[in-house]
Design a protein around this ligand. Structure first.
Ligand SMILES: N[C@@H](CCC(=O)N[C@@H](CS)C(=O)NCC(=O)O)C(=O)O
Length: 93
């Protein structure tokens, strides 16, 4: 399952949630409290060295700075993305 590091007041994270929910992608959410500066913590910077939300973690390691083919292959191997494919949508066809 995908893990979205998010915060309810983050417009950037909100846009990602819209996309994931629109496509019915299954994901788990972890709150990163921007008001408490949790995005600057060492723990969160291991997930996103930029110290910004959102961050989306896959259940597979793609390395810290993956090349586009690593992202592509990981997405294609992910059940959540297969379910989000246009042909899998309820109104397809
Ligand atoms: N271009 C970035 C924008 C991310 C961004 O600016 N996130 C804000 C919240 S909407 C943030 O984490 N701010 C915390 C900070 O600046 O310390 C993206 O799309 O991921």
């Amino acid at each position: 399952m995908l893990e979205l590091y998010s915060y309810y007041r983050s417009s950037a994270a909100y846009r990602v949630r819209i996309g994931l929910n629109y496509k019915a992608v299954d994901y788990r959410q972890t709150a990163v409290n921007l008001l408490a500066n949790e995005q600057q913590s060492d723990r969160y910077r291991q997930i996103n060295p930029q110290g910004l939300v959102p961050a989306l973690r896959f259940n597979q390691d793609m390395g810290a700075y993956p090349k586009i083919m690593a992202v592509y292959n990981t997405c294609n191997g992910c059940a959540a993305f297969a379910a989000a494919a246009p042909e899998a949508q309820p109104d397809a066809g």
